[in-house]
Design a protein around this ligand. Structure first.
Ligand code: NDP
Ligand code: GDR
Length: 375
């Protein structure tokens, strides 16, 4: 029975990965941060009572900024595999907290690798580092001949997040080469799910669609509608993480779908899921989307209603305009293939949020106040 340690287990990917590893028979340990409110919503269904025998799921308090804590946990757990998913993962927020993101996302990766080395576990413990397509920065001249970013494309990060993650990428590669560690980078393109953080653009859109359709929100404000992303499903992507650590030789892999879509088209697809057809007019900060028709009798929304606007507050000081990944290496070497396409992803996300806000509507109709959570 293998033992895994997951940093960032309370996040989107941590939750799906923990579920996958438990299904595969692993003992799963996770690091969670102390917070003033419960922060384990995504993994509560995996909880096992510590008083029972032979539990296979255990959480430890910790933080990627605290090396002594990381060394102690790695010593106690003696993991076969570490998945370093913990990070301040929001690109826009990284412009507000650049030093913090460097500490957690950059030096935090070093702390994990050093913990393994200090404890003499280089030959036992395999390390997966959550690297990102943000490393490429969307520079058009750096795409390969086929028009994609692949494992050989040069990096050009465009945010404090990208700059911190590039350190994480290189220090992982360096520890592999310097100390013979089985340390690998998964260069993952954007992946989403119903568990996606509410302030990333896909989830912000699907939540707003569910609320607008049910009369709980009037309008959705977004930033750059022209940005293009290669969006996959997190469930597929955690499978790739696991496969990366099961190879005979450690290596780095791009995980992507090979299809890119504009934010504007994601908006269009998400509204279409609830039967609302949109039209867009205007340009830049003047752009709006309004309802052309609504075919779903459950939702009372009149033609002509403006439902999407642009707020420059969501623009980034430096933007990554377009990302598209080449998954050839992961398909051939890992045998990895995504099961979801974008249409299936949007369908699942919208359906989950509609159901969630249906419950909120019921509460509202009984006089309960609904929380305001926007970004
Ligand atoms: P989330 O933001 O959903 O989760 C991040 C996790 O990191 C949370 O568990 C969070 O804890 C934890 N964390 C944050 N700060 C610290 C810290 N100082 N010490 C310890 N843990 C911390 O991210 P995702 O699940 O989407 O992504 C997982 C990883 O993959 C991240 O490293 C991200 O940068 C990277 N990545 C993500 C992609 C994506 O599209 N999702 C694409 C490419 C890379 P808490 O719950 O307490 O906030
Ligand atoms: P990204 O994801 O920056 O690619 O990082 P995000 O969903 O935040 O943005 C995607 C694109 O949408 C544009 N956008 C908006 N973004 C947000 N968050 N809010 C808005 O209102 C909005 N309007 C338009 C953005 O400008 C951008 O172009 C994600 C994170 O998961 C990282 O941790 C990960 O490394 C990368 O994906 C790959």
């Amino acid at each position: 029975m293998k033992t895994a340690l997951i940093t960032g287990i309370t996040g989107q990917d941590g939750a799906y990965l923990a579920e996958l590893l438990l299904q595969k028979g692993y003992i799963v340990h996770g690091i969670k941060r102390r917070s003033s409110l419960f922060n384990t919503d995504r993994i509560d269904h995996l909880y096992q009572d510590l008083h029972e025998e032979k539990i296979r799921f255990k959480l430890h308090y910790g933080d990627l900024t605290d090396s002594t804590n990381l060394i102690r946990i790695v010593q106690e757990v003696q993991p076969d595999e570490i998945y370093n998913l913990g990070a301040m993962s929001h690109v826009k927020v990284s412009f507000d907290s650049p030093e913090y993101v460097a500490n957690v996302d950059g030096i935090g990766t070093l702390r994990i690798l050093e913990a393994v080395r200090i404890l003499g576990l280089e030959k036992k413990t395999r390390v997966y580092q959550a690297s990102t397509s943000e490393l490429y920065g969307g520079m058009p001249e750096n795409k390969n001949d086929k028009g994609f970013y692949d494992e050989n494309s040069p990096f050009y990060p465009r945010s404090p997040y990208g700059a911190a993650k590039i350190y994480g990428f290189w220090i992982t590669k360096n520890y592999r080469e310097a100390y013979g560690m089985f340390a690998c980078n998964g260069i993952l393109f954007n992946h989403e799910s119903p568990l996606r953080g509410e302030t990333f653009v896909t989830r912000k859109i699907t939540r707003a669609v569910a609320k607008i359709a049910q009369g709980l929100q009037e309008k959705l404000y977004l930033g750059n509608l022209e940005a293009e992303r290669d969006w996959g499903h997190a469930k597929d992507y955690v499978e790739a993480m696991w496969r990366i650590l099961q190879q005979d030789v450690p290596d780095d892999y791009v995980i992507a779908t090979g299809v890119t879509t504009k934010v504007r088209d994601f908006v269009r697809m998400a509204f279409a899921e609830v039967g609302i057809t949109l039209a867009f007019k205007g340009q830049g900060v003047e752009e709006i989307a309004y309802v052309v028709s609504c075919s779903n009798p459950d939702f009372q929304i009149t033609a002509g209603t403006e439902v999407v606007g642009v707020d420059p507050a969501y623009f980034r000081p430096t933007e990554v305009d377009l990302l598209i990944g080449d998954p050839t290496k992961s398909k051939t070497k890992l045998g990895w293939e995504p099961k979801y396409d974008l249409a299936a992803l949007v369908k699942e996300m919208v359906a989950t949020d509609v159901e969630h806000f249906r419950k909120e509507t019921l509460l509202k109709s009984h006089g309960y106040k609904i929380k305001n959570q926007f970004d």
